[in-house]
Design a protein around this ligand. Sequence first.
Ligand SMILES: [Zn+2]
Ligand SMILES: [Zn+2]
Length: 171
Amino acid sequence: MTTNKTQCFLCKKHKFTYSCRGCSKEFCFDDLTKHRQDLTEEFNTIINNYDQFRQSLQQTKENPQNSSLFIQINQWEKNSIDIIRQTAQQCRQTFLKENEEFLVDIEEKFNKLIREIKEIQEENEMNEMNLKDLKEKLREITKEFNDSSEISIEEDSQTFIKRISVKSTRK
Ligand SMILES: [Zn+2]
Ligand SMILES: [Zn+2]
């Protein structure tokens, strides 16, 4: 008995088979049903993945602030402010230290002048010469006190914080 039986792709048995147009493979009746179930399952998985994609799209649309680029911009802002704060803090500390030393120095000089004045008072030795000298010394120390050129702020020509911008190559 010659048969038109062929090998089923799944169970490998020789049976009456049915051809699937999609994959051009031969299946026995039972396995054709199974093959169709497999295709349906795969189709459902794909629909599921499409749904997930739509959800991600919707979430991204509703919450653009959760995007990694948005977070990166916030991070840059925070880091830059931190750098500025740290630098300002260092500058304030250096200024306070230098300024204190400067004032202590002026005060020492001034106290020396006060001692000279007291000596003159005690000895009662005012004369045109030492009055002129005292006026001159006060003028000098006043000038030094008002001269702020010893401590100054220097601006760096280098870019301190790297500037960022958003670039798009979208058509
Ligand atoms: Zn089969
Ligand atoms: Zn098939």
